[in-house]
Structure formats: structure tokens, C-alpha cells
Design a protein around this ligand. Structure first.
Ligand code: ATP
Ligand code: MG
Length: 600
């Protein structure tokens, strides 16, 4: 999924309204400071006029001193107003964007797995950081500038008219010309801005994937290729940025030339007026001052317009993100799970395909009942749909047909949170967080006590390993747990699931990275635990399968056979084949183990 701007209309910015609504007081204060600052600048013009006419043009006396004193007061007030303006406008920008970011994060966390499969993590990061920053620039800087400049523009114009309507009219003749220039260049500026922005966003996604898979990158010595892709991308971004800047600089200099030519013209015309005593020198000076103010504020609009368009583009992408609704919302919740969970699972005629591959059926007519307390093993070739069945039990996806009942209730009728509270999942590739082992286990149930965490660690025989670590259970595991071995990661992940104290435990090849001896130890630790809850374990190892009450054989998305080991070995050909391969493997491992374990 690519989130990209469809419309770059400034109307998109209206979506910020609700975020601003709760800060009326701050908006009022910001506006007040802005108005005061603009007013002061305008008053400065009047001061200049007064100073020249009363001070320089007549005898220097008391009035010059008074004029200067007045000017100082004005400047003091201007400083105060500028302070208020900067403070309140920035405050608003930071606050509103903080709330917006929080809202976006809350929203994205509500979305289901299939959304995250279709979008790159880097893309999402860029939405939540770069796009919100563009809005922050708008609210925290540009909006204040725009309002101040608008006030100065209007105020300056009014002052010009009061001094000389005729000169004002003549000066305004230049405006259509300036607008034309801005329009021509502005379009180019916007086009290249967008191009540069998109390239930088692409780079973000690329960096994210590359560094997340750095071991693969290095193992396949893919660095040169990655460097090249990166270089090409940044070159395109650079080229676009330069073209944008070129258009922008050209625009600025052309406008400056036009405006100052116009001001020179006005000065010349004004001088004639002064000669003919229709105007004082002070009036002309004030007029020029206001003309510069008006031209300056008009000029800054083109810059601000660029910021506005960029923020509008960002808003559009954020609106799009916010409008994605979770496919199954808890609105449909009509029942609650019984308070005493038995961990019963009943799957009725479930068929499923992944939303991204609607033409490929992954599960077909799966029907399976797991009574409370049972230990069910699931075996089957790779790609048979075993992990997918777990995903449906967790309600990461909804099946297109059929139903899954948990504790006797259709899982579509209960809240997702409630359901997941009762399930402990150890995924095929257990993911840890860059925190300590302790915190990673605590993740299973944040309100658990320290003693409970240690208990969970004991179940999976972690203590021997923990004593070898510098900080024991408080050792940090690194990003995604890179500092642990595969087997250690698996054991931490199992402890995390156990701590949850679930009534249904789902283990997806949770012990396949352990050596036979450790696996047996973990199995022993778990066996007591499993006797009190329902467990479904996807297994490639015979040892695990032999411990199970029943075994279900899945092939090509269908249930092929269900039974005990003894039954299946005589009745099911596929199982026999899998078991024979496993037996050979298991026997060799047992042989290996007996020599290692001989000192006992
Ligand atoms: N997120 C996904 N999107 C689309 N297709 C998927 C997704 N996950 C798995 N599949 C496809 O669904 C099928 C079943 O995958 P599944 O992971 O359930 O297999 P499995 O039985 O767990 O295999 P293994 O023993 O290798 O783990 C596979 O053909 C796989 O390509
Ligand atoms: Mg799997």
C-alpha cells in the first residue's frame, strides 16, 4: 500500500480544526500578540514620519527628544509582542502536533495485521514523523507569519492610502505583474517539492529495511547494491530539491527587482510631489516605509504558500491514514467470555484465504474440536496452513466462511482484547523487544509480580543460562533479541506466554531451536503447566508429538487425519512417512544424547 497525495488542495487543512478547537485561549493570545506586533511595525512608520517632519526638518529641540523617546517605547512594545507571538504560536504548533501524533499512533495500533502486511514500516514512520513535522512547521511558524503579514499588508496599505491615494494606486499597478510571476514559478516549485519529498520518504523505507535485515545484507555482501540504490535515490532527491530551489530563488530575485523598480518609481514621483509642496518629506519617507512593509509581506506569502501546500499534502496523507478503518471493530461485541475460562476450542468448517491473495485458498473446511485441558499436536508439511490456523485463533484475520468458538462462544461476538487475554502465543519466529530478559517476560502480563516472572523463567529452565549473564535476568537482549541464541529467545518467548496464565497455549514450533536435551527439560517444565490448560502445539519433533493426547495431520489446508500416534502410524500414510523421518532423526539424537549424558 502506498499512501500518497491525491489532492493538494488547501481545503485538506480543515482537518486540523478539531485539534485546534480545545486551545481557544492560546489562539486568542497568539492572535493578540500578532496583532500587537503588526501594529507596532506600522506605528514605527508614523514615528519615522513624525521624527523627520518635526525633528530633522525643523529646529532640533524638545520634540526630537520626545520623538526618540516615543520610538524607544514602540520598540520595547514591539519586542514584547514579538516574544508573545513566538512563544504562543510555537506552543500551539508543538501541542497540536503532539496530540495529532498521539491520535495517529492510537489509530494505527487499532488496525489489524493485514494492514501492516501491505504497508512498509518505514512508510508509517515517515507519516508519523515527517508529515506531522510539516504540519508543525505550518502551525508553529508559517501560520503566525501568514497572519502577521496579512495584518501588516492590510494595515500598511491603509496607511499608504491615508498618506496618498494617488501614489498608492500607482504602486498597486505592479501587483498583477508580481502575481503572474509568482504563479508561473510557484507551480514549478510545488512540483519539485513533492518529487523531492517522495524520494526522501522512499529513502526512509529503504533505510528501515536495510538496517533491520543487516545480517542478511552483510551475509549476501549486498552492501554495494544497497549503496547504489541509496545513492541513486538521494541523487534524484537532490536534483529535485535543487530544481525547486532554483525556481524559488529565481522567483525571489525577479520579484525583488520588479518591486524595487516600482518603489524607485514611487520615490521619483513622490519627490516631485514634495517639490510641489503637496507632500512633506516625512510623509514620503513614511509612504516608502509602508510600501516596503507591504511588498515584504506580500513577498513572504509565496514562501508561506509553499509551506501551506506542503502541509496540505501531508494532511491529505494523514487523513487517508486516519480513514482506514479496522476491518473488525469491537462494535460487533455482543457477548462476553465466561469468567472461568475452560480453553475449549471448536472450529467449524473454516475456509480462509489471505486478503492479499484472494485467489489462493489456504485453509479449506477445517473442522476440529479441542476439549478443555487437551494437548493437541499439529503436524504437516511446510506451507500446509498450520501457522495460519493459529493466526485465525488469535483473530489476526477472520475466516471467509465457517466459525471458530472459544469457550463455547463465536470469537466474532466477543472483544478481541478479551479473547487474546486468554491465549498465550509463542510464534514461529519469536520476537523480543530491546529490553531486559525480565521486561521481555513481563510483557506477557505487565501487572505480574517479580516472583511470578521468576517462576515463568523457571518453567523453561532459564536459570542456568541466566547465571552466565553479567546482569542475570536484567541483561538487555538488544534489538529483537539479537544478543540471545535462537533457543534462548524461544525460551524467553515461552516464559512470556506462560506468565500470561492463558487457558489456551499456542506453541508454533516453540522448541525447534532447542537441542534435544534442553527440549526435554523444557517439556518437563511445561508438562505440569500443560496439564491444567488446553495446548495446541505445532511440532516437527517426534518427542513433542509423542507427549500429545491427540495428533491432527494437516495437509494442503485440510485436516487429513486425527488420532493418537499409535492410530495414525497404522492408518495414515503421510503421518507414517513424517514419523519415520522423525524417528530416524530422533533416534540419532537420542543416540547422541546418551553419549553426552553418560556421566549421569
Ligand atoms: N501473511 C500472509 N499473506 C499471504 N499468504 C500467506 C501469509 N502467510 C502465509 N501465507 C501462505 O499461506 C500458506 C500457509 O502458510 P502457513 O504459514 O500457515 O504454513 P505452515 O503450515 O505454518 O508452514 P511451516 O511449517 O513452514 O511453518 C502458505 O502457502 C503461505 O505462503
Ligand atoms: Mg508455520
Amino acid at each position: 500500500m502506498q499512501l500518497g497525495p491525491h489532492k493538494n488542495s488547501l481545503r485538506q487543512l480543515a482537518f486540523l480544526k478539531p485539534y485546534l478547537a480545545s486551545y481557544r485561549r492560546q489562539i486568542f493570545l497568539a492572535l493578540l500578540a500578532l496583532a500587537l506586533a503588526a501594529f507596532m511595525v506600522l506605528a514605527l512608520g508614523a514615528g519615522v514620519r513624525h521624527l523627520i517632519d518635526q525633528g530633522f526638518m525643523s529646529q532640533p529641540d524638545q520634540s526630537l527628544l520626545k520623538g526618540l523617546l516615543g520610538l524607544f517605547v514602540l520598540i520595547g512594545l514591539l519586542a514584547l509582542a514579538s516574544f508573545g507571538r513566538t512563544y504562543y504560536v510555537t506552543w500551539l504548533g508543538e501541542r497540536v502536533v503532539g496530540n495529532l501524533r498521539q491520535h495517529l499512533f492510537d489509530h494505527v495500533l487499532k488496525l489489524e495485521i493485514s494492514f501492516f502486511e501491505q504497508i512498509r514500516a518505514g512508510e508509517l514512520i515517515s507519516r508519523l514523523t515527517t508529515d506531522t513535522s510539516l504540519i508543525q512547521i505550518l502551525l508553529g511558524t508559517s501560520a503566525g507569519l501568514a497572519i502577521r503579514n496579512l495584518m501588516m499588508f492590510v494595515g500598511g496599505l491603509v496607511m499608504m492610502i491615508t498618506i496618498s491615494p494617488w501614489l498608492t494606486f500607482l504602486s498597486l499597478l505592479v501587483v498583477p505583474l508580481v502575481i503572474l510571476i509568482v504563479r508561473i514559478f510557484g507551480r514549478r516549485v510545488r512540483r519539485f517539492s513533492k518529487l523531492a519529498q517522495d524520494r526522501v520518504a522512499d529513502l526512509g523505507g529503504y533505510i528501515d529495511e536495510c538496517f533491520n535485515n543487516i545480517r542478511t545484507v552483510q551475509a549476501f555482501t549486498h552492501e554495494d547494491h544497497d549503496r547504489k540504490v541509496f545513492r541513486d535515490n538521494s541523487r534524484t532527491a537532490f536534483a529535485a530539491a535543487i530544481k525547486r530551489t532554483l525556481a524559488r530563488s529565481l522567483l525571489a530575485s525577479v520579484v525583488i527587482v520588479v518591486v524595487f523598480l516600482a518603489i524607485a518609481g514611487v520615490l521619483w514621483l513622490g519627490a516631485t510631489e514634495v517639490y510641489q509642496h503637496r507632500m512633506t518629506v516625512g510623509q514620503l519617507s513614511a509612504f516608502i516605509f509602508y510600501a516596503v512593509v507591504v511588498a515584504g509581506s506580500a513577498g513572504s506569502f509565496s514562501e508561506i504558500l509553499g509551506d501551506l501546500h506542503r502541509a496540505a499534502g501531508a494532511s491529505d496523507r494523514l487523513i487517508e491514514l486516519l480513514s482506514i478503518q479496522p476491518a473488525f471493530r469491537d462494535k460487533a461485541v455482543s457477548r462476553t467470555l465466561p469468567s472461568l475460562s475452560s480453553g475449549t476450542v471448536a472450529i467449524h468448517g473454516v475456509s480462509f484465504f489471505y486478503p492479499s491473495h484472494p485467489d489462493r485458498s489456504v485453509l479449506e473446511q477445517i473442522t476440529l474440536s479441542v476439549p478443555p485441558g487437551e494437548k493437541l499436536a499439529m503436524v504437516g508439511p511446510s506451507g500446509a496452513g498450520k501457522s495460519t490456523l493459529f493466526a485465525l485463533l488469535m483473530r489476526f484475520y477472520d475466516p471467509q466462511s465457517g466459525a471458530i468458538h472459544f469457550d463455547g462462544i463465536d470469537i466474532k461476538d466477543v472483544s478481541v482484547k478479551d479473547l487474546r487475554h486468554r491465549i498465550g502465543l509463542v510464534a514461529q519466529e519469536p520476537a523480543l523487544f530491546s529490553a531486559s530478559i525480565f521486561d521481555n517476560i513481563l510483557y506477557g502480563r505487565p501487572e505480574a509480580t517479580e516472583k511470578e516472572v521468576w517462576q515463568a523463567a523457571d518453567y523453561v529452565q532459564l536459570e542456568d543460562f541466566l547465571t552466565t549473564l553479567p546482569h542475570g535476568i536484567h541483561t538487555k537482549v538488544g534489538t529483537k533479541g539479537v544478543r540471545l541464541s535462537g533457543g534462548q529467545k524461544q525460551r524467553v518467548a515461552i516464559a512470556r506466554a506462560i506468565l500470561r496464565n492463558p487457558s489456551l497455549l499456542l506453541l508454533d514450533e516453540a522448541t525447534n531451536a532447542l537441542d534435544a536435551a534442553s527440549e526435554q527439560a523444557v517439556q518437563q517444565g511445561l508438562s505440569h503447566l500443560m496439564s491444567t490448560r488446553t495446548t495446541i502445539v505445532i511440532a516437527h519433533r517426534l518427542a513433542t508429538v509423542l507427549n500429545a493426547d491427540r495428533i491432527v495431520v494437516i495437509e494442503g489446508g485440510r485436516v487429513r487425519a486425527v488420532g493418537t500416534h499409535a492410530e495414525l502410524i497404522t492408518q495414515d500414510e503421510l503421518y507414517r512417512r513424517l514419523a519415520t523421518l522423525q524417528f530416524a532423526d530422533a533416534l540419532s539424537l537420542l543416540g547422541g544424547k546418551s553419549t553426552i549424558a553418560s556421566p549421569l
